[in-house]
Design a protein around this ligand. Structure first.
Ligand code: HEC
Length: 264
């Protein structure tokens, strides 16, 4: 029993020493001053004491193809929330832009962040990116100019805890109310205005009929409707020959489709 504990202690020490070596290797150039061994022990418990909001939101059922949808206040979006922080604090000349790539770390886009730093989805303790920004030792903290404010650290923490996904939302449509969109209250009116000159039962361009619920539902079930109004690759861009519907309208139609495209 006793010897098992000793062995565990030893392996803990070895781990810490490895950690220190890795730490030094990773932070040679973008840090400053000389690194003093005694101050180096990364103490995760300290970082856990930070007054940081690390509320976890279940992002497993986020539709990542819904990028560009209105921003959900409970979700941290990499493109909207995290990338600007990294660009503003880290990805500039001499530090972590692609040209400098200090310590091999590049923080100028999602792929580089994921590939050149240690980010462990849902796990702050194993995410070096989080560790270096919460480091208490002023000689070791990133950015070397001083700790970010808690709001930024908190956003990065939440992003990791939500799975470190590459999400983007459309801030312009964030006032757009996409709950409880109904066919008769909204969707059919859009088609009447923008589509049915060409897609009525009598016109039916391309065989597409959008002035009856059944006609619309057919296009939903065929998965031709959303792609056409969202101008996805592989679809005819609708309304044909005109400007795209505004993003709030598209988001509302998508919400109605996602809720089952009911005749409500
Ligand atoms: C000016 C005429 C016109 C208007 C307006 C128009 N469409 Fe179309 N639409 C067409 C034609 C023509 C086709 C057939 C295109 C083809 O197959 O080459 C078509 C095809 C489609 C298709 C099948 C596309 C595909 O890639 O499978 C859908 C869905 C559709 N329209 C939806 C709409 C919606 C929704 C609107 C309104 C937001 C709309 N259309 C407005 C002319 C129009």
């Amino acid at each position: 029993m006793k010897s098992a504990i000793t062995v565990k202690r030893k392996s803990n020490h070895i781990l810490i020493i490895f950690g220190i070596i890795a730490w030094i290797c990773l932070h040679q150039s973008c840090t400053h001053d000389s690194l003093i061994m005694d101050d180096m022990e990364p103490d995760l418990m300290d970082t856990m004491d930070n007054p940081i909001d690390t509320m976890v939101v279940d992002t497993m059922d986020i539709d990542t193809t819904g990028n560009g949808m209105p921003c959900d206040p409970d979700i941290v979006y990499f493109q909207n929330d995290i990338l600007p922080i990294l660009q503003g604090s880290c990805a500039f000349s001499g530090c972590h832009d692609a040209a400098s790539a200090s310590d091999g770390v590049i923080l100028d886009n999602y792929e580089n962040v994921i590939n050149t730093t240690e980010v462990e989805p849902f796990n702050l303790g194993d995410s070096e990116l989080y560790e270096v920004i919460t480091e208490d030792d002023p000689d070791d903290v990133m950015p070397p100019t001083g700790k970010m404010d808690n709001e930024k650290i908190s956003l990065i923490a939440q992003w990791i805890l939500q799975g470190a996904l590459d999400l983007v939302c459309d801030e312009e449509t964030s006032d757009c109310e996409i709950e409880n969109v109904t066919y008769n209250g909204f969707v059919s009116g859009i088609f009447d205005t923008s589509c049915n000159g060409c897609h009525s039962t009598t016109a039916a361009f391309g065989g597409v009929i959008l002035d009856t619920y059944n006609g619309v539902k057919l296009q939903v079930d065929n998965e031709r409707l959303y792609g056409a109004i969202n101008w996805d690759a592989g679809f005819e861009r609708m309304p044909q020959g005109q400007d795209q519907l505004d993003s709030c309208t598209i988001a509302k139609v998508k919400s109605w489709i996602d809720e089952g495209a009911q005749n409500n």
